[in-house]
Design a binder for this molecule. Structure first.
Ligand code: GDP
Ligand code: MG
Length: 209
């Protein structure tokens, strides 16, 4: 048993070792881009969903161009879980895309290892708020182009240019309905997050390098 300087004993590593490490990952992006679909494809448990039917008044606010068949919308969050091993469990938090729910983003993304920003090339601008959000918080993120059928496949470099994101931010293609494709996206994110953690801190401005 170790002590942390207070009166309270702190369990040693052996006792802590029984609880798996929890890794939190955010899934973000605009309305109808496939966030709920991705969490559902990845989770090993019944996903927690907060879907509600879309209504006439909402149609004026939630533009479903390109996803006209969409009948429901997430009104809070999606939640899923992936057990990697007895030591590591990943928790997935799908963040609501509509601007009226952005007030929840801080709570849903706090402590996240990183984020997947899903993008639909037919409505690319819809992912700008999520990209801005993670850029300003220095949260590692990858941009994943959800490849909806029948849509021209843009080159990844074209999309990177259009989004004006840093060269080090990975841009990948995925199919939010396919578990393996989503898994590959998460692997890219985790590797990117590790790279960011290991990257040397930038020199303070004005310091000669
Ligand atoms: N064809 C196709 N449809 C998709 C794909 N991903 C999601 N969808 C559909 O697009 C709609 C919007 O997806 P949803 O996950 O609800 O979007 P969210 O608003 O970001 O949570 C749903 O009807 C999905 O079935 C995809 O990769 N291909
Ligand atoms: Mg949703």
């Amino acid at each position: 048993m170790d002590f942390d300087g207070s009166d309270q004993p702190v369990p040693d590593g052996g006792e802590l070792g029984s609880a798996p490490v929890a890794v939190k990952i955010s899934i973000a992006g605009g309305f109808g881009v496939g966030k709920t679909t991705m969490v559902g494809a990845l989770t090993e448990i019944q996903p927690l969903r907060t879907e509600e039917c879309m209504t006439e008044p909402g149609a004026a606010i939630d533009h479903n161009d390109g996803v006209e068949n969409k009948r429901t919308t997430t009104v809070a969050m999606d939640f899923g879980r992936i057990t990697i091993s007895s030591d590591v469990v990943v928790y997935l938090f799908g963040m609501p895309g509509q601007s009226r729910f952005w007030f929840m983003w801080d709570d849903l993304s706090r402590g996240a290892l990183g984020a997947v920003v899903l993008a639909d090339t037919r409505r690319l601008a819809d992912c700008f708020p999520a990209i801005d959000y993670f850029e300003h918080r220095d949260t590692p993120f990858v941009v994943a182009l959800n490849c909806f059928e029948g849509v021209r496949q843009h080159e990844l470099d074209e999309v990177r240019l259009a989004l004006d994101i840093d060269r080090h931010v990975p841009v990948v293609r995925c199919d939010a309905r396919e578990r393996e494709s989503c898994r590959d996206t998460l692997v890219t994110l985790v590797n990117h997050s590790i790279d960011m953690l290991e990257a040397p801190a930038p020199a303070p401005s004005g310091t000669a390098v």
